[in-house]
Design a protein. Structure first.
Length: 418
């Protein structure tokens, strides 16, 4: 099918999904989760082909984003089952007003309609987006990057089998078959068919969608995440948080890319940080973190001299830019100048500095003494997520079911006229 054929089919499915009860949607989701596990071998075979084709074209950490395992497929299936447990947002009455003339006005949550997503080399996004869209009574149109297309296609085929098993039309979930830029442009301009477009990927993809989309678009994903270590920080806590935020999965958008260190603790912290991120990892046969240091930090420990561009780069790799600052105000100013408004953190035992940082840092998630890696739909109790919005309207931060609804006013009267 052409992209236009798929869009027309998706639009035609909106009437069907609007009639489904919560029980019917949950039965479909459970069938989709089971189908992923039942088709595990086929999904892994297709994923192996994707990995082989991408091996010399993308970095090892990006290969890890692309790779599926039995455990990851189970995690995808369990993520769908977690969505089943969540309340259905559709039909929730957000506000009720009874007017003096007797009109009853109910502000009611309703689905958006056709939700399209363009994403890159993370095949698990396919199941996350499809599950959240279905539970919130939206029809999904998914467009995977070419590196992950075979994997995403196999996942979609499995989920559509699940829909068919419970007697629902397969076109509630759709995958664009064309991975060229033409199909991305079609989605960006499909004003007759697409009600919301969510790009999830690198800065280039997100920028292209924000600049060119004629359909409503939510800016997501790019994460130049900062951790500021204050003068009153617990140093052991700081080392552990930075290590987790940088190395647990460096290829994702909530990984730390920049550490700002108060000069009062720099000479104590930097050697411990180098020991943890470099020497200890080398000793254990792990990839060491390349520390890109400003001149102050480079005088304390050896590392790669940082350029100004390093503080405006989402590395998505074992690379960390490090800068020394004089106080919390300078840290806030640096973040204001360089942040992508994703996730930023202060490590401090000073409650006043923590409150100041969390008040003035204008990001979707602002942490005190915790890893930025928690910015995630599952960790926030939303089930899986469809993306992390770095804008302010209409959604911000991890997007779950409620963020896939809008509202309309339902008005009941008894013959009133104006």
């Amino acid at each position: 099918m052409t992209t236009l054929d798929i869009l027309k089919s998706a639009k035609s499915a909106v009437k069907t999904i609007l009639t489904l009860t919560t029980e019917q949607k949950n039965q479909a989701l459970l069938a989709m989760a089971d189908a992923l596990e039942e088709n595990e071998d086929y999904i892994l075979e297709e994923n192996a082909l994707d990995i082989e084709a991408a091996r010399d074209k993308i970095s090892p950490v990006m290969i890890d984003r692309l790779r599926l395992t039995k455990e990851r497929i189970k995690g995808m299936a369990d993520g769908i089952r977690d969505v089943v447990k969540l309340p259905d947002p559709v039909g929730e009455v957000l506000e009720t007003v009874t007017r003096p003339n007797g009109l009853v006005i109910k502000k009611t949550a309703v689905p958006i309609g056709v939700v399209a997503m363009i994403y890159e080399s993370r095949p698990n996004v396919t199941s996350d987006a499809a599950a959240l869209s279905l539970k919130s009574s939206n029809v999904s149109v998914l467009r995977s990057g070419k590196e992950a297309f075979r994997s995403s296609n196999a996942i979609t085929e499995a989920m559509r089998k699940g829909l068919k098993k419970v007697g629902l039309p397969e076109n509630l979930i759709n995958l664009i078959q064309d991975t060229s830029r033409d199909s991305a442009n079609e989605l960006m301009t499909a004003t007759e068919y697409v009600d919301l477009l969510i790009p999830r990927g690198g800065a280039g993809l997100i920028s292209a969608c924000v600049m060119n989309a004629k359909v409503p678009c939510i800016q997501t994903g790019t994460g130049i995440c900062h951790i500021y270590v204050d003068e009153s920080a617990n140093i052991e806590k700081a080392v552990n948080i930075i290590n987790n935020a940088k190395t647990s999965r460096p290829s994702v958008c909530n990984a730390c890319e920049v550490v700002l260190i108060n000069k009062a603790v720099a000479k104590e912290l930097l050697p411990l940080l180098k020991e943890k991120l470099v020497a200890e990892r080398e000793k254990n046969g792990l990839t060491p973190v390349e520390l890109r240091l400003d001149s102050y930090c480079n005088a304390v420990i050896d590392g790669t001299p940082a350029s100004e561009n390093d503080f405006d780069t989402e590395f998505l790799d074992y690379i960390l830019a490090v800068r020394a600052v004089n106080d919390v105000s300078e840290a806030i100013d640096h973040i204001s100048a360089h942040s992508t408004k994703h996730s930023d953190c202060i490590i401090t035992e000073n409650s006043e500095n923590a409150l100041l940082f969390q008040a003035l840092v204008d990001s979707s998630s602002v942490y005190h003494n915790a890893s930025t890696r928690f910015t995630d739909g599952g960790e926030f109790g939303l089930g899986c997520e469809i993306g992390i919005s770095t804008q302010k309207l209409h959604a911000r931060g991890p997007m779950g079911l409620k963020e896939l609804t809008t509202y309309k006013y339902i008005i009941s009267g008894d013959g009133q006229i104006r």
